[in-house]
Design a protein around this ligand. Structure first.
Ligand code: GDG
Length: 789
């Protein structure tokens, strides 16, 4: 309809206007044709009756006039001949038929050329007036001496033709012409509309394909997949996309609010169409048997929060150890299960191990070897050959799983944590073009400490199969680079933090992990006042008792004992807090089959008991220890109820507890005491930063926090919340994906340059063999590589 109004109607109006414009011209032409026609008729009429009139005109009498009139009357029976009259050479009208008007005079007609008439308007209508000579061919017998070309002129026969038929015909032709023009106009309009729409649709389709192709980098202008006519557009489009991408990249991180949508956008814009595979020991959903029922447990983990949106957006695969009691019951014959339950968007590919394998790989090498090796917590690492063998075998099993899932030769593979240090190298051997990102969630020790590991070279080599190796902090990156420098023959670019090893380059980058903002589960937790009341009631605390909180896995790296010692010292130094302050420690049992953890469990319970015995009473417990796993909602409830959250890790990659506490305090109250040895202390500077080994300092921090004014709490908490909000987990994942995309772009470019270099260096070599080496260097490619090509 819109199209009809905008296009068809104007076209029809223009054409009909044109038709009207042309009508006078056509009218004029047809009139001329009629007149010429009438002139011919005039000559015919004169010739037909002239011979009969000559004898009559020779004698002018009543008799002869009557005869002449009779001839004229007969002739006027022709319907278009209106009237006839005869004029003498002296311009006297001697005979005329009935309808001959008085207004037409012989004198007037005398001025005309013979047989070339003229139009005259009469009251009865338009007439065409012409005359022809009535001549006597007999020589010398002139009526009055006047002569024509052919003889003596006896008179003029005046003819009046009725022109009404001409105007009728003219009207007919006008209507006909208008109709024809209108019809043609409409036809042309319709054909134009059809052709335009069809071409438009084809064009739009092609441009759309072009845009999508350019965006997803699937279009190569040289591959010939693009029509020639689109080549200039493609060039412009690519430039535009490049500019947009550059400006998007240039945007200061502070300007970008990272959330699942931004993360998805990064995936679509930067890695469009690319396959993403996540590999981790821990799975995002665990199926457990509860009697006849199967429970789905979603472990509270920042890792899952960050990586799940990526997999959801690209329907990827998450490869993980199937450790649930019903995990095998729910997978298909390929060990896959679609998740999240009820809203299936991606697949978990479960990998199975025997008890021995799990013992050796997970508990043994990973958690008795690497875990204490990487944390300076003064627990000796234990390395056993048998554990290592299992570690190698299980890493190979994970690699096979990735290979089974990879549908393309260059997927993006996100390898998570210290359990899978060998996967990147194993994968690189099979998928040389893959983009492999390894993220090490725990600290990386200094080279001396790392050197303890009997398989240090293998671990480093394994990780250097990655395109990017990520740590929480720059400090851990530096330690890793130093370790590589110390134990492997490699080339290290200190400016870019790139390590060249065995023909590949690995970038080493810090990506501080975080939590989702706002935490999804927070909406299910009651208000701060409500949480306070609930926690006070559950722990027999008065409404005025100040509450401190510690929430950790029961792990010797988390500084739980040091925390208790700080509380003890506070009560020693500031006895006023006795009875007014209780510290609730939630300790989720972890890795309980490992001796060091069992001993730690006992030690924690013993020290808590000792402090309670020393400072407690029947109604008061300075330390409330809860060694059990809590529901995530329960964890959040405690964060909201607390006046203080104490994170006293002896060494920690990041520590998400500190960030979760901040995220839970939308009332801007509560004080965070944070260990200087947790990665989080680099970001959360507004916390009270302590050395957990210094009990006095930690006790003072507790005292300061307990006495802190509400205004200062608010100020600190606001600043902390702004940091955690901005540096959330989506930013962590997004930054890694952006870097992965950059690496992919660079690799493609290098490949192109290699091809170009190979072609051109052969030519250069002919002129100067030395130039080949220099040229290869200039192109940033090894000349050995060029020779191979
Ligand atoms: C490694 C690095 C790095 C604790 N108890 C319960 C429970 N939790 C939750 C906390 C928090 C998580 O566990 C522990 O986070 P941490 O950051 O302290 O981590 P680790 O487990 O040591 O993890 C660490 C992290 O990886 C991420 O890269 O930050 O440095 O060591 O979310 O709330 N959750 C539930 N019940 C409990 O009883 N539901």
């Amino acid at each position: 309809m819109n199209f009809l109004v905008r296009f068809l109607l104007p076209l029809a109006v223009i054409l009909s206007g044109l038709a009207y414009g042309l009508v006078p011209l056509v009218d004029h032409l047809t009139t001329r044709w009629f007149v010429r026609d009438l002139d011919i008729r005039s000559r015919l009429i004169v010739n037909a009756i002239k011979d009969d009139l000559v004898p009559v005109l020779k004698i002018d009498s009543e008799e002869t006039r009557k005869r002449a009139l009779s001839i004229l009357k007969k002739t006027t029976q022709d319907e278009r001949l209106l009237a006839l009259a005869i004029c003498t050479p002296t311009e006297k009208l001697i005979v005329k038929t009935e309808l001959f008007p008085d207004t037409v005079t012989c004198k007037e007609v005398r001025g005309f050329d013979p047989y070339r008439g003229a139009l005259k308007s009469l009251s009865s209508g338009d007439v065409h007036v012409s005359f022809g000579y009535i001549e006597d061919l007999v020589e010398g017998d002139a009526f009055n001496g006047e002569k024509s070309d052919r003889g003596n002129i006896l008179g003029r026969l005046i003819m009046l033709h009725d022109m009404s038929f001409a105007s009728k015909r003219s009207n007919d032709s006008k209507s006909y012409m208008f109709g024809v023009f209108l019809g043609i106009g409409l036809l042309i309009a319709l054909i134009t509309v059809f052709v335009a729409r069809w071409s438009m649709a084809t064009w739009v389709k092609s441009v759309r394909e072009l845009v999508i192709g350019v965006r997803s980098r699937r279009i190569d202008p040289r591959s010939g997949t693009v029509d020639r006519e689109f080549m200039p557009i493609l060039k412009d489009l690519k430039g535009l996309v490049r500019d947009l991408e550059a400006s998007a990249r240039e945007k200061d991180d502070a300007q970008v609010t990272w959330d699942p949508v931004t993360l998805r956008q990064v995936l679509v814009q930067e890695l469009a169409g690319d396959e993403v595979i996540v590999v981790s020991n821990r799975q995002p959903y665990i199926h457990n048997r509860r009697g006849a029922e199967i429970d789905v447990q979603c472990p509270a983990s920042g890792l899952v929060t960050a990586l799940e949106p990526i997999l959801k957006a690209c329907s990827g695969v998450w490869i993980a150890h199937g450790n649930g009691t019903a995990d095998r019951d729910v997978v298909d014959h390929r060990s896959r299960v679609r998740v999240p339950p009820g809203r299936e968007q991606y697949e978990i590919h479960r990998v199975w191990f025997s008890k021995e394998e799990e013992q050796g790989y997970y508990y043994g090498f990973s958690n008795e070897g690497l875990w204490p090796l990487c944390h300076i917590a003064h627990t000796r690492p234990v390395f056993r050959r048998n554990d290592w063998d299992h570690y190698v075998k299980v890493n190979a099993r994970f690699t096979e799983a990735v290979l089974a899932d990879a549908k393309i030769e260059d997927p993006v593979v996100l390898v998570q944590d210290y359990h899978l240090a060998l996967v990147p190298r194993m994968l690189r051997a099979k998928l040389p073009k893959a983009t492999i990102l390894s993220f090490w969630h725990i600290p990386w020790p200094n080279p001396e400490s790392f050197g303890i590991c009997p398989w240090r070279e293998e671990i480093l080599e394994g990780l250097l199969g990655s395109s990017i190796v990520g740590f929480h902090t720059q400090f851990h990156c530096n330690n890793f680079i130093e370790s590589v420098d110390r134990y492997l023959e490699s080339r290290i670019d200190r400016e870019t933090n790139g390590i060249s090893y065995k023909g590949g380059v690995s970038e080493v980058r810090p990506y501080p992990i975080s939590i989702e903002w706002p935490p999804d589960r927070l909406s299910e937790v009651p208000s701060v006042e409500e949480c306070r009341k609930l926690v006070a009631v559950e722990n027999n605390l008065s409404a005025t008792t100040k509450i401190g909180i510690g929430i950790d896995r029961l792990d010797y790296t988390k500084g739980i004992i040091e925390r208790f010692r700080a509380v003890e010292r506070l009560l020693e130094l500031k006895p006023k807090w006795c009875g007014l302050f209780s510290f609730i420690q939630i300790a989720a049992p972890s890795r309980s089959s490992i001796t060091a953890y069992q001993e730690f469990d006992t030690e924690v319970r013993t020290i808590a008991q000792q402090i309670n015995d020393r400072f407690g009473s029947k109604t008061y417990q300075p330390i409330i220890l809860k060694v059990m796993h809590h529901d995530p909602k329960d964890v959040f409830k405690h964060f909201r109820a607390a006046d203080i959250c104490f994170v006293s890790s002896l060494h920690d990659g990041m520590n998400l507890v500190a960030k979760e506490f901040v995220a839970c305090r939308d009332d801007n109250q509560g004080v965070l005491i944070l260990s200087m040895f947790a990665g989080a202390s680099r970001e959360l500077a507004e916390a009270l930063i302590v050395n957990p080994y210094d009990a006095d300092q930690s006790a003072m921090a507790l005292d300061l926090a307990l006495d802190m004014s509400l205004g200062e709490q608010r100020e600190r908490m606001r600043a902390l919340r702004a940091i955690v909000k901005e540096f959330n987990v989506y930013r962590w994942a997004g930054r890694m994906l952006l870097d992965a995309a950059r690496v992919r772009r660079r690799n493609r470019f290098t490949k192109k340059m290699r091809r170009w270099g190979a072609d051109n260096l052969e030519v250069i070599e002919k002129v100067d063999p030395l130039a080949k080496h220099a040229g290869a260097q200039m192109l940033g490619i090894s000349d050995i590589g060029v020779y191979k090509i």
